[in-house]
Design a protein around this ligand. Structure first.
Ligand code: WT7
Length: 648
């Protein structure tokens, strides 16, 4: 166990909103009387009608219902833009840094207001109104922010689909929420390479019933030639030229949905996670302020893509609700050089930098020089998110990137939680490399064993949360039963995260990773069932089982066991074909790293695949397979070991 403790620096302590004493006092108050705590902190956003009700939540058993501030009326775009105009209309809201280092753009709050109103008017002219779903399939360009905020302004519900998803995945997500309008770009640009977004949208729509999508709005990014349907498609610049830059804000109830975000689980197809307006915004903005110790004037950069929840909460909604300057980066860490992150930090004098362990690990490989040749003296706080950060990567991030000056906030949370739940606070929390440390205000983690028994003190088990917080997801779009089943049935009466964790004697939490059939590849969540169903859809595949295995850069890699149809022969060519198949079917993030052709899979006599054994073999730890006597055909295991792909 890593015992190193990195104490809070004098600098961090001196300027921090929250010191240790305040953390203890606020945390204790938030758990003792959540109603009073959140009644106070709910005021951090503007309300058109103030709330009288605060917390109306139950985790069952039985009914699960979550409402916060339910009689309050507000609007997220108003809170992220309009309310700042008087005091900071000329302050930069968004710094956009292009893929090409010669391209950047500064957008003030006043300009953001005009841009968002224009986009909202374009949507309104195409029939979008309160409650309608709009699918956004855009690269990391300012229009992605305009589009999300334009939806929020109208009370429409956005569903952002990451630009790396395939036409099939996009089609499923358009159909899943019946959106009639899609906003995309001609092409995306990442690391100098073009991504055919509009062509993907065309291919997605082709797979859907004819009346599914009425409008496609196409932002010009590269100017590349794309097919335009004369009735359905319009270029954004042409449409925007027809409308004004004023658009009234739609007043919405606190519990009106703000967005859907599809995410993978252990079973079935991705589900639409529903986040609502009031509680989400209170929680995203409050965590942004305290976790990153954000102060007026800070330049803040989160390197995530807006296609993931991190981009929603910590590029857009949290920072803008706080009137911050948020940096949005179109490119990748290694283009045009491996110093790009640090060059951008210096170029824009970034104070707070939030990235993923996978990025750190991939940069570590190139050594210190590409980092050390940059100044980075503007940096004050570093953040990590997406997967457990291994102590080696933590130390490198701390020493090489942060020059041992900057606290690292290792933030544990999920798409479902809306915002950060377990995290250090820069001026309060002594750090332990590899630990997400302690709960944020109002968050009540519990560790339970497989019988739902609460474990005390230092322990290891399943990480659950025992009471609601305002940023929590409210339901699965169109399927409340699935919401209850997925999160509240394994351990009745509690929210189950799907993660395992250890708690040490200091009450610090160490996330050990997923305990369900979800794998985390480069901080992106993938359901093994999704990859399996893609593989078995290939005509030569009869059966497939997918597990994760430790990967030096990605955290986890995708290991697929594939049984071929009778008469098909394993070959390297077929291996490549299967990788390409999954890539095309789901998207590059789902590409299997290793494929093992297996004549048979280990099954119990009742036909259930024993994944425990497959995981062990994939981890190259087959000496500890445990009991295999219950297998229908114990001999298949010998073949699996013999032909394993991951020999270390
Ligand atoms: C899963 C959620 C939350 C935004 C990004 C991912 C893992 C996330 C950490 C962390 C250890 C982490 C968990 C979680 N995870 N952050 N700091 N330490 N694990 O969102 O796609 O919903 O995935 O990511 O396993 O359950 P997501």
């Amino acid at each position: 166990m890593n015992q190193r403790v990195v104490d809070v620096s004098q600098d961090a302590r001196a300027r921090a909103h929250i010191d240790e004493a305040k953390y203890q006092a606020w945390y204790e108050a938030s758990i003792r009387d959540p109603e009073a705590f959140w009644r106070e902190h709910g005021k951090r956003i503007d309300w058109f009608t103030p709330y009288a009700k605060v917390k109306e939540t139950t985790f069952g058993p039985g009914d699960v219902s979550i409402k916060w501030f339910s009689d309050g009326v507000t609007n997220a775009a108003h809170n992220c833009i309009d309310r700042h105009l008087a005091a900071r209309g000329n302050q930069v809201a968004i710094i956009w840094e292009g893929d090409d280092p010669s391209e950047s753009r500064h957008i003030t709050y006043r300009e953001l207001h005009a841009e968002v109103c224009r986009m909202a008017n374009v949507l309104r002219n195409r029939g979008v109104s309160k409650g309608d779903r709009v699918t956004i399939y855009l690269p990391m360009i300012p229009e992605a922010a305009f589009a999300m905020l334009a939806c929020a302004r109208l009370g429409a519900i956005h569903s952002v689909v990451f630009g790396g998803f395939s036409p099939d995945s996009l089609a499923g997500r358009i159909q899943g929420c019946d959106s009639k309008l899609v906003i995309t770009a001609d092409e995306g640009l990442r690391g100098g390479r073009k991504v055919p977004l509009k062509a993907n949208v065309d291919a997605a729509i082709q797979r859907l019933p004819a009346d599914s999508v009425d409008h496609v709005i196409v932002v010009r990014r590269t100017g590349g030639a794309v097919e335009m349907d004369p009735v359905r498609d319009v270029y954004y610049d042409a449409a925007a030229a027809q409308v004004t830059d004023e658009c009234p804000v739609t007043h919405v109830e606190a519990e009106h949905p703000l967005f859907l975000l599809y995410t993978s689980g252990s079973t079935g197809q991705p589900k639409g996670v529903v986040h609502t307006t009031g509680g989400y915004l209170v929680y995203a903005s409050m965590t942004h302020q305290y976790v990153f110790d954000y102060h007026e004037g800070d330049i803040y950069w989160c390197t995530a893509d807006v296609g993931w929840v991190t981009g929603h909460s910590y590029i857009l909604y949290g920072p803008l609700a706080n009137g911050a300057t948020t940096l949005m980066f179109e490119g990748i860490p290694t283009y045009p050089s491996i110093s790009r992150f640090w060059e951008v930090v210096d170029k824009h004098k970034v104070n707070i930098f939030y990235t993923a362990p996978t990025a750190i690990r991939s940069l570590m490989g190139a050594g210190e020089e590409p980092v050390k040749k940059t100044s980075r003296k503007s940096l004050r706080v570093l953040g990590s998110v997406g997967e457990p950060i291994n102590p080696e990567a933590w130390e490198w991030y701390y020493r090489v990137v942060g020059d041992q000056r900057c606290p690292i906030v290792d933030t544990w949370w999920q798409t479902e939680t809306g915002g950060i739940l377990i995290t250090p606070l820069p001026g309060a929390t002594p750090l332990k490399p590899g630990s997400a440390t302690r709960p944020f205000f109002g968050v009540k983690p519990v560790v339970v064993d497989s019988d739902n028994k609460v474990l005390d003190g230092a322990c290891e088990g399943n990480l659950c949360i025992d009471d609601s917080w305002p940023g929590q997801m409210r339901t699965v779009w169109g399927d409340h039963e699935r919401f209850v089943q997925t999160y509240f049935s394994t351990f009745p009466g509690r929210y189950f995260s799907g993660d395992g964790c250890r708690r040490d004697a200091d009450g610090y939490y160490w996330i050990t990773g997923r305990v369900d059939d979800v794998i985390n590849v480069s901080g992106h969540r993938m359901g093994t069932a999704e990859v399996e169903s893609s593989l078995v859809a290939h005509p030569k595949v009869s059966e497939a089982a997918v597990v994760g295995y430790p990967h030096d850069i990605k955290g986890q890699g995708i290991y697929a066991y594939v049984t071929l149809m009778q008469g098909e022969e394993p070959s390297d060519a077929l291996r490549k074909e299967l990788v390409a198949w999954v890539r095309k079917d789901i998207g590059p993030i789902a590409s299997p790293d290793l494929i093992q052709f297996a004549p048979g899979l280990p099954k119990t006599r009742s036909g259930k695949i024993m994944r425990r054994i497959l995981r062990k073999i994939a981890e190259d730890e087959f000496s500890s397979l445990g009991d295999t006597s219950t297998l229908a055909e114990p001999a298949v295991v010998d073949d699996l070991i013999e032909n394993r792909q991951n020999r270390t």
